[in-house]
Design a protein around this ligand. Structure first.
Ligand code: SF4
Length: 385
């Protein structure tokens, strides 16, 4: 295979960067790759569809592909999906999975089923959300996050990121156009800072949004960042651009620096909020700011007032996330009255604010908890079904 020729083709760079993972290859990339093997371009598109629409376990199942090509693919590009090693089912239907990647590394992904929401004309619709990881561990040392305690183990490839979604879609019977959900959302809010693995994350988005694959609308994908300013600006220029969420969690420079030590290195609020202000939003789109409420730390009315000032002039909404009590970190959860008070202050200031309902509290609710447990940081007496 001529590497020079391949690198000039769309999608093949990320394919090479991901160590030749067939799950990382774009539809166009598949066309170019199979042409370089002497096949037709459309054979490549068939291979892409077999993976991204049908989630085939092996090339042998791709009956639409000529047998000789199936054999070549099996020998040269065997399919290795992330494998669900452990699965924990909450009483509220949330399923947390620990997925094993091909080198034995593990990441967490969460299935959040069946939230009922009001659709057009007041119709009740159902929404399913998948939360996935972009890195194994994380290099960003947020003080309220268990994943931070793992450090960065490694970046995931685009195929490993998209593969989490496809594995969960298959596992939970959410096939495109069928299955129990009207609407599938994917949020990059699991382990890792997506903007520090930018190329692979964006390639995974393009894979998931391809019409011949899962065909997720980009507006149903959300990338959450701790605030990597340069990448936020670049993200705004992407042709396939999901929604953006910024994990803010503080109302003053010192507070944010203490909770998220990456803050000052990124230029503080001035740089972060300038990037937010200049972010090119679509009509009716709002930038999401996430705010983990920690009792006695960032949950006072004064905090809410400062938050209102900070976000002035930004078409924003705020998701309030009362701290999930877990092992190893000693923050406290604010009372429901305090959460309500904080929300009321934001609403009174004209800022849409929502309280995120805690999900899966009985199954290691905090991101990173499964991995910390697996790494032997603690034991919890719970059986995986
Ligand atoms: S909150 Fe996100 S960015 Fe911060 S340490 Fe955890 S995984 Fe990394």
């Amino acid at each position: 295979m001529g590497q020079m020729a391949l690198h000039a083709q769309p999608g093949l760079d990320s394919f090479a960067a991901a160590g030749g993972d067939p799950l990382a290859l774009s539809r166009e990339g598949w066309g170019a790759l199979l042409q370089s093997w002497g096949w037709e371009r459309f054979h490549g598109f068939q291979a892409f569809r077999a993976l991204h629409r049908r989630h085939l376990a092996s090339w042998d199942e791709a009956r639409e592909v000529p047998r000789r090509l199936r054999e070549q693919l099996e020998n040269r590009l065997p399919i290795i999906w992330p494998v669900i090693d452990e699965r924990f089912i909450s009483g509220d239907g949330t399923v947390r999975s620990l997925l094993r990647l091909k080198d034995g590394e593990h990441v967490e992904a969460v299935f959040l089923p069946d939230e009922v929401f009001e659709g057009p004309a007041g119709l009740k619709r159902r929404r399913t959300t998948l939360c996935i990881s972009s890195q194994a561990g994380c290099p960003v040392n947020c003080q309220f996050c268990l994943t931070a305690l793992l450090g960065l183990r490694r970046n995931l490839g685009a195929g490993e990121i998209a593969g989490q979604v496809l594995t969960l879609v298959h596992e939970h019977g959410l096939r495109r156009g069928t299955g129990p959900c009207d609407r599938l959302n994917v949020v990059y809010m699991g382990m890792g800072e997506p903007m520090l693995n930018y190329e692979a994350v964006m390639q995974s988005v393009r894979l998931l949004c391809d019409d011949e694959g899962l065909a997720l609308p980009p507006r149903r994908v959300t990338i959450s960042t701790a605030g990597i300013v340069e990448k936020i600006r670049r993200f705004g220029t992407e042709p396939v651009r999901p929604r953006l969420a910024i994990s803010l969690n503080a109302s003053s420079e010192d507070q944010r620096q203490a909770l998220m030590p990456i803050h000052r290195g990124q230029g503080g609020f001035a740089a972060l909020l300038a990037a937010a202000r200049e972010f090119p939003l679509a009509k009716r789109e709002r930038l999401t700011f996430e705010y983990v409420l920690l009792a006695g730390i960032n949950d006072t009315d004064a905090d809410a007032g400062r938050l209102l000032q900070l976000l002035q002039g930004i078409r924003a909404k705020v998701n309030l996330i009362p701290w999930n009590q877990g092992p190893e970190l000693s923050w406290q959860t604010p009372s429901p009255e305090r959460v309500q008070g904080f929300q009321a202050r934001l609403l009174a200031g004209g800022l849409p604010a929502f309280v995120r309902r805690p999900r899966g509290l009985d199954v290691f609710a905090a991101c990173g908890q499964l991995s910390r447990r697996r790494a032997g940081a603690y034991t919890i007496n719970m059986q995986s079904p």
